[in-house]
Design a protein around this ligand. Structure first.
Ligand code: PLP
Length: 385
């Protein structure tokens, strides 16, 4: 975390209240530069599911970044951010008819996830430029819920079925401009990409030259991107593709963001807890993926102690972090849960009728409010009877 950002966090908690998502624009910009340096001419389609805040999308759009959308709502976010046609790619295993119609209207490319999807795609998005998502059938090094490139996952077309998928799409009048893969999120071992890309390149003879090769996202935060980029360009070359596409989400935004939360209580059962004013409604990753987020006490220099950070939800699984070593947390201390810029706010919910947190961005040394906290009235507004 940049020291200049960290020193501003206590003030942000005071000004905007907690729980609060705070992002550092400088960190996002630096991550983008690192990607661009490593991948050179590759086109970046930011997987906005990681953090779809329109303020962040607008800023990325001005830097020439395209977007990957996986729902009708995400398509609208891309449009609102200023993206047009070819700067948007539509993906997902269960697209609605309305999604194809809107994607076609906008001029977005569509990624087919299923060998039998073509007739419906062609009916609602006649003649669209499409890619086929391939499932390379690997054991992927990440949490089970995040692995999408293993043979039993619901995603993509198995290697053996790719020629049929291409044929089906072309017979339906779709223009198949390339292949796509996305093997999962938070991938731990870069060799997974080497294996997947080798299997993808093996398809080149069967399906012939194509304009685009899309190697997806999922890059582990610790990866050295240069060798990965070389592999991606080589795979694109095998297809005679003039364009390599990448779809990073977490890599661009995870380290830019923190969630700030206030300690409400200390408590001891058979374990020691700090109970905080956020939980699984605001940050689901620890519960959903057993994700480990670093936690720090910003308010105190007391001696360290070891506690679990207990979420506020009435759910035993709602523990934001286990066995954390930090300055002895006391009520009203502000804790900083870091590496929370990706899949933090975007996965937050109104579970327990809790308002989603405010989101702020530090840009040019100023806090900008990107999204204000919901009110209870707003949450209840659509319940009519
Ligand atoms: C198709 C696709 N592309 C890209 C991504 C981005 O993954 P990550 O945020 O791990 O880079 C995802 C997320 O799982 C995805 O489903």
């Amino acid at each position: 975390m940049r020291p200049e950002f960290k020193t501003r966090l206590l003030q942000a908690a005071k000004t905007f209240g907690t729980p609060l998502y705070a992002y550092d624009w400088q960190t996002i910009a630096t991550q983008l530069e690192r990607l661009q340096t490593a991948f050179g001419t590759a086109k970046i389609f930011y997987a906005m599911k990681a953090n779809p805040n329109v303020g962040i999308l607008k800023r990325l759009n001005t830097l020439g970044v395209g977007f990957e959308a996986v729902s009708g709502g995400e398509l609208e976010r891309a449009v609102l951010a200023g993206a047009t046609g070819r700067q948007i790619v539509m993906n997902g295993p269960g697209k609605l008819n309305a999604d194809y119609i809107r994607a076609k209207e906008i001029g977005a490319r569509i990624i087919l996830d299923n060998a039998d999807e073509a007739p419906r795609a062609a009916k609602y998005a006649a003649g669209a430029e499409t890619l086929i998502r391939v499932n390379p059938g690997l054991q992927v090094s990440t949490h089970d819920h995040l692995a999408t490139g293993n043979a039993s996952s619901k995603f993509g077309v198995s290697l053996a079925d790719v020629p049929t998928a291409v044929q089906n799409a072309e017979r339906a009048g779709l223009n198949v401009i390339g292949l796509q893969m996305h093997i999962g999120s938070s991938i731990e071992d870069p060799n997974d990409y080497a294996l997947a890309l080798e299997r993808m390149a093996g398809l080149a003879k069967q399906i012939g030259a194509r304009q685009v090769f899309d190697m997806g996202g999922g890059f582990g935060l610790q990866f050295d991107l240069a060798p990965l980029a070389t592999l991606g360009h080589q795979a694109a070359h095998a297809f005679g593709a003039s364009e390599l596409w990448i779809e990073p989400g977490r890599w661009l935004v995870a380290e830019s963001g923190v969630m700030l939360t206030e300690v409400l209580e200390r408590k001891r059962t058979a374990r020691a807890f700090a109970v905080v004013d956020s939980g699984m409604s605001e940050l689901l990753r620890p519960m959903l993926y057993s994700a480990v987020h670093p936690v720090e006490n910003l308010s105190s220099t007391r001696a360290n102690t070891i506690v679990d950070i207990a979420g506020a939800a009435c759910e035993s699984g709602d523990i934001l972090a286990r066995d954390v070593q930090l300055a002895d947390p006391q009520p009203s201390d502000i804790l900083c849960i870091s590496v929370a810029g990706a899949y933090g706010s975007s996965m937050s919910s109104h579970y327990l009728t809790r308002p989603r947190p405010t989101e702020v961005l530090l840009e040019n040394q100023q806090w900008v409010v990107l999204r204000r906290r919901d009110t209870i009235e707003e949450i209840l507004r659509n319940e009519l009877e």
